[in-house]
Design a binder for this molecule. Structure first.
Ligand SMILES: C[S@@+](CC[C@H](N)C(=O)[O-])C[C@H]1O[C@@H](n2cnc3c(N)ncnc32)[C@H](O)[C@@H]1O
Length: 283
């Protein structure tokens, strides 16, 4: 995918064309996914992600080399000699963590210069196994563990008020909206006062949302894919509200409109993400 033009950052929700509106209306034609099926998707959420990694192994997601461009906080050097701590939630097979780890290991002397100690968790045991068997995995620099971030399990692995940064990259969208609050409250407990959440996920009316066919809609802006994994599409307002009401200041939060060229198919692919930085309040 080649970027066609610079990303546009905006608070403005995408204006729907007549064709977009029609696609969204079509999605309602067969109503919402029946309740028993929606409940089963929630019960089977871990299993479905684990099967996803059984099928795709490490091939599906690309390394996320853009993170230091979008989140300068990942580069900032602290003056203290203490290593900062970063927790990657829903790490998958480590596409965010390993490029960062590799970068910091290749920089001379950075070990004493306070870059990061990494924690990484995922719902899927198989994904965590892939992280642990990566040649870059080194327990003096990273701990990966299996956990459901909507439960209290995470507190068995990370001490309270100990983290400098939490990354939530295309993870909250995989979680049922009724559990967003549990996730945010967990991150709040784990972060130091002043600690940051770095967020990037699907934005409202992204092309991936408009592409869903009738029969796949579970609730407003929540859909199920063929493989049983789910995806939610976020408005700027709801994410700001979620963090603001739960002890965070919003530093930035905006839609990213990105136009890329799919070289293989020669088509222009407009994407909409939501990207934000939220700071735990100093109480
Ligand atoms: C779309 S993938 C993104 C993976 C990775 N963050 C990336 O950007 O490459 C969503 C990930 O969230 C994980 N996940 C879903 N629900 C979770 C939960 N309740 N707790 C922890 N991880 C979860 C899935 O197993 C999956 O690896």
């Amino acid at each position: 995918m080649e970027p066609l033009e610079p990303d546009v950052f905006t608070k403005q929700t995408k204006e729907l064309t007549a064709a977009d509106k029609q696609k969204l209306e079509e999605q309602n034609k067969r109503g919402f996914v029946p309740e028993f099926k929606a409940n089963k998707l929630e019960i089977d959420a871990q299993r479905n992600w684990d099967i996803f990694y059984k099928r795709n192994e490490t091939r599906f997601f690309k390394d996320r080399h853009w993170t230091t461009r979008e989140f300068q906080e990942l580069l900032d050097q602290e003056s203290s000699d203490d290593k900062r701590t970063l927790f990657e939630v829903g790490c998958g097979v480590g596409n965010l963590v390993f490029p960062l780890l590799e970068e910091q290991t290749s920089e001379e002397g950075c070990f004493t210069k306070g870059r990061f100690y990494f924690y990484a968790c995922d719902f899927s045991p198989r994904a965590v196994d892939f992280v642990r068997s990566n040649p870059l995995y080194d327990s003096s620099q990273i701990t990966a563990f299996q956990c459901d971030i909507t439960t209290q399990q995470v507190h068995e692995h990370i001490p309270p008020s100990s983290l400098d940064v939490c990354t939530l990259i295309f993870v909250l969208s995989a979680i049922h909206p009724q559990k967003f609050l549990d996730v945010v409250q967990n991150l709040w407990k784990l972060l130091k006062p002043g600690g940051l959440v770095l967020f990037r996920d699907y934005g409202l009316y992204d092309m991936a949302q408009l592409r869903f066919k009738p029969g796949n809609k579970i609730a407003d802006n929540l859909y199920v894919r063929q493989d049983g994994t789910r995806s939610y599409f976020f408005s700027e307002e709801e994410v700001s509200q979620l963090f603001q009401e739960n002890g965070f200041d919003i530093i930035t939060n905006a839609y990213v409109h990105r136009r890329t060229l799919n070289l293989k198919e020669g088509v222009d692919v407009p994407r909409i993400f939501l990207q934000g930085k939220f700071r735990k309040k100093n109480l």
